[in-house]
Ligand binder design. Structure first.
Ligand code: NAD
Ligand code: UFG
Length: 348
């Protein structure tokens, strides 16, 4: 079975690629490398070679907004008699702050890019899609845990592009409910790394997110962690989030493919998280306990757009996809630290 993985060399895509290849899928990665390194592909190959696995992997350097390129990818696959069965669509931009300063770029890449992809899928009769949506679409709400029927009210342009895509997918599905098979997965906070330490998160510049910032403090690339507020309405005053091990998240995609393969047609919006909430202080404490590192920190004022609590109700994913997250917060810390230790400067 051939899977087109857009954004497949990014943080989440690279972990999904590895799992797909281990399970014997034929994988085509399409990535423009605007936020990733081509070294990722070599790392994936090195891992599979070491395990002596026969695998089918092709990587294409290109942009999802390039319609001609997309046409050629689908046409070539048909000519090779290995048509693309499913698309896992991760390619896109994800920085909340950048989406405020350059919203049109976000609408262009995320929305126009996805429109282009869906048009091409329709043209070449590829009707099976897994899409990377985000918990950011739930907006400013402290009502936890959040289920899929939680109010949608994004508060940043990035989140608005994800909602626009979910709406596009909804309309597309309803235009021909007999053929389309779609899962839109709403990720909470994916963190950690592959246990091999060969692939992991490698943000460009100063990390925006807690976990990569924390591991960079531990390795000495950043001096101290800024905690954005200790006066939130939570037990210890710091923000609570749902951190999910990247391998659990990747497994959720394989479970989604199995689910889509079992259906004639479907459209599902599904949360992927651990279902548990941890505060910033709890994350620091667990990281220090698991790794023996000391994390210096200072308390700063609240960050614009943050909420006190956000974590997922994952009952739907468990039931529908027969999937359950298995890895603990300790495992997240150990694997994230293993990756950072082995690759102090990421893929460089
Ligand atoms: P990432 O930036 O590591 O991966 C995205 C990949 O897409 C990168 O490799 C980038 O080079 C590629 N890309 C960007 N624009 C492209 C284009 N026009 N054409 C082709 N490739 C392009 O990000 P990630 O964390 O792996 O996120 C993957 C997806 O999951 C994104 O759609 C993101 O919005 C979504 N998501 C991420 C999180 C998170 O916290 N990481 C949470 C919710 C949703
Ligand atoms: N935080 C700090 N210091 C930091 C970074 C973060 O204290 O240096 C705090 C935040 O205030 C928040 C928690 O750590 O309380 C988590 O913050 P992250 O930036 O790691 O994650 P967010 O939940 O804010 O957002 C992330 C992605 C969004 C995505 C969302 C849900 O950045 O794009 O998860 O999936 F939409």
């Amino acid at each position: 079975m051939r899977v087109l993985l857009t954004g497949g060399s990014g943080f989440i895509g690279s972990h999904i690629a590895l799992l797909l290849l281990e399970r014997g899928f034929d994988v085509l990665i399409l990535d423009s490398y605007v936020n990733s390194s081509s070294n990722v592909i070599n790392r994936i190959k090195a891992y599979l070679d070491k395990k002596d696995l026969n695998y089918k992997l092709k990587s294409i350097n290109g942009d999802i907004r390039d319609k001609k390129l997309l046409d050629n990818i689908f046409i070539d696959s048909i000519k090779e008699k290995k048509p693309i069965d499913t698309v896992i669509h991760l390619a896109g931009l994800k920085s909340v702050s950048e989406s405020f300063s350059n919203p049109l770029h976000y609408w262009d890449v995320n929305v126009i890019g996805t429109l282009n992809l869906l048009l091409t899928m329709k043209e070449y009769k590829c009707y099976s899609l897994v899409f990377s949506s985000s918990a950011t679409i739930y907006g400013l709400s402290n009502s936890v845990p959040m289920a899929e029927d939680h109010k949608i009210s994004p508060i940043n342009p990035y989140g608005k592009t994800k909602v626009a895509i979910e709406n596009m997918i909804y309309d597309l599905y309803n235009s021909n409910i007999n053929v389309w098979k779609i899962c839109s997965l709403r990720y909470f906070n994916p963190v950690g790394a592959h246990p091999s330490g060969l692939i992991g998160e490698d943000p460009i510049g100063i990390p925006n997110n807690l976990f990569p910032y924390l591991t960079q403090v531990a390795i000495g690339r950043q001096k101290s962690l800024n905690i954005y507020g200790n006066d939130w309405d939570t037990d210890d005053g710091s923000g609570i989030r749902d951190y999910i091990h990247i391998i659990d998240l990747a497994e959720g995609h394989l479970a989604s493919i199995d689910y889509l393969n079992s259906k004639e047609s479907c459209l599902e919006f599904v949360n992927l998280g651990s279902g548990k909430g941890y505060s910033v202080f709890q994350i620091i404490r667990q990281f220090e306990l698991s790794t023996g590192c000391k994390i210096p920190f200072s308390i700063e004022s609240r960050r614009d757009g943050d909420v006190a609590k956000s974590y997922a109700d994952i009952s739907k994913a468990k039931k529908l996809l027969a999937w359950t997250p298995k890895r603990s917060l300790e495992q997240i810390c150990l694997d994230g630290w293993n990756w950072q230790l082995k690759n102090p400067y990421g893929f460089q």
